[in-house]
Design a protein around this ligand. Structure first.
Ligand code: PHE
Length: 342
């Protein structure tokens, strides 16, 4: 009896099996309990002999049960520790992180460069009244420039008497907003989104420009040239830049100039600052008196220069990117290839 129980207890696979054995031996109707009860019907001599042996057996089984129970608990704990084991010396798995979009990076960069030259940031809405986008900038309704801009017009329901609006085709309306908001003198840049119906390798219907505007008592094209050269040196990170001013026409500047930067293509690689090629980077000029008047500024007292530069375009130049459309496709393989994403 004793061997049967002790072996059973040692072999018990879990607590449930142990409990079964405990009930079978020591439970109310257990084998040992029954034998204890039988002691009552024995003669004193018999009881004297059997009693202590039975008690010892009971204690022994009890102790074996406790020992096996503790053993099972230890085994379970060991099992768990083994399953949840963690090698803290393993190197961490790298996590891919998002990064700032290249166009946003370039915007931050150029904002910092112009800030060093005293230019604050001005803003205007992307849905702009056609007065700010065109009329205030000396572009009359019948002016051919209105067609050239491939404008997106905002729809107005019949009976809507609000002035006509467009998606701004350039950042130049912010010139007039800045003039009306703060008066002369002024030194601001206005980076932001602009829209034109155009789509090919170097054009997307939404793109980015940065406008520059400086108004003071005696500014000239020479000041414009210096500011642009300083900017290009800092932005393209070259010691020497050469800019070429080509006479041009914009309704909102007089005189007007388009500005090219000297560069070269060596083995398909663009180099800024040296070479035999020129790359157009912006439009500029002295602010037209009509535009100053639109902005409530007296052209007899104040004058200034303005420029407008394609941000995506200078980003392409800086990073040697051939297709503008890729900027806005969010293709991670492309972004990684140019180092814009991890
Ligand atoms: N707004 C012009 C354009 O989008 C650029 C420009 C800005 C030209 C300021 C002259 C002065 O092409």
């Amino acid at each position: 009896l004793k061997a049967r129980y002790l072996e059973g207890i040692l072999a018990a696979a879990d607590e449930a099996a142990l409990e079964e054995l405990r009930l079978a031996a020591l439970g109310k109707k257990g084998e040992i309990s029954l034998k204890m009860r039988e002691l009552g019907q024995m003669s004193p001599e018999e009881r004297q002999a059997a009693g202590p042996a039975l008690n010892a057996l009971k204690d022994e089984i009890d102790a074996a049960l406790k020992a096996r129970k503790a053993g099972l608990a230890d085994a379970a704990l060991n099992e768990r520790l083994k399953a949840e084991w963690l090698d803290v010396t393993l190197p961490g798995r790298p996590r891919r992180m998002g990064t700032i979009h290249p166009v946003s990076q370039v915007m931050e960069e150029l904002t910092a460069i112009f800030a060093d030259m005293g230019f604050a940031v001005a803003e205007g809405p992307q849905v702009e009244s056609d007065w700010y986008n065109f009329d205030a900038l000396n572009i009359a309704p019948e002016h051919p420039a209105r067609q050239e801009h491939d404008t997106f017009f905002m729809h107005r329901a019949p009976g809507d008497n609000r002035p006509p609006h467009v998606l701004r085709t350039h950042t130049s309306p912010v010139q007039v907003r800045a003039m009306l908001a703060q008066g002369a003198p002024i030194r601001v840049i206005a980076p932001g989104r602009v829209y034109r119906m155009d789509m090919d390798q170097t054009h997307t219907p939404m793109f980015h420009q940065v406008e520059g505007l400086a108004i003071d008592r005696d500014l000239s094209m020479a000041n414009l040239k210096w500011v642009l050269e300083e900017f290009c040196r800092a932005f393209f990170e070259v010691d020497q830049v050469e800019l070429r001013f080509r006479a041009s026409h914009f309704p909102f500047t007089e005189p007007s100039a388009e500005v090219d930067i000297r560069c070269s293509w060596e083995g398909g690689q663009l180099k800024i600052g040296q070479g035999d090629s020129w790359m157009e980077i912006l439009g500029s000029g002295m602010v037209h008196p009509h535009v100053l008047r639109s902005g409530g500024i007296d052209p007899d007292e104040w004058q200034g220069f303005a420029f407008g530069m394609g941000i995506d375009r200078i980003a392409m130049l800086k990073y040697g990117i051939p297709d503008l459309r890729a900027f806005f496709e969010s293709d991670l393989r492309w972004l990684r290839n140019y180092g814009f994403a991890a």
